[in-house]
Design a protein around this ligand. Structure first.
Ligand SMILES: [Zn+2]
Length: 121
């Protein structure tokens, strides 16, 4: 994560502080048939989680699946805080459909600036 991106997130968080966290997190053994919006599902068990999934936050109806397997590429990781808030890193950038580009930071969604080809890194 670049310092510039960190600053951008910090600014965004200040603006968003009054809003309650938007996402909750839930461990599942299989993808739900009707996934709820604003829930990040972690697929796996206590020993190992290998994927995360969520309804695309733009509302397009797509279900996004992300690998949590460290040595796969790309892969994501979830950092959970004691408060229950969580951060999903790096950003999610859909290359098909709605092309949404966002990050979940402290359980809040941040839309990445359009045209930021570098990505938050
Ligand atoms: Zn979408």
């Amino acid at each position: 994560m670049t310092p510039r991106f960190r600053r951008w997130l910090a600014d965004g968080l200040r603006l968003n502080r009054r809003r309650p966290p938007e996402f909750s997190i839930r461990r599942v053994a299989a993808w739900p048939e009707e996934p709820l919006p604003q829930v990040l599902y972690r697929l796996g068990d206590a020993e190992c989680e290998w994927a995360a999934g969520m309804q695309c936050p733009c509302g397009c109806g797509a279900f996004i699946q992300l690998s949590l397997v460290e040595d796969s590429s790309p892969s994501w990781r979830i950092e959970q805080m004691r408060s229950g808030e969580f951060t999903l890193m790096p950003s999610v950038w859909r290359t098909v459909g709605c092309r949404s580009h966002f990050i979940i930071y402290r359980s809040r969604i941040f839309w990445c600036p359009p045209g930021d080809a570098e990505g938050p890194g």
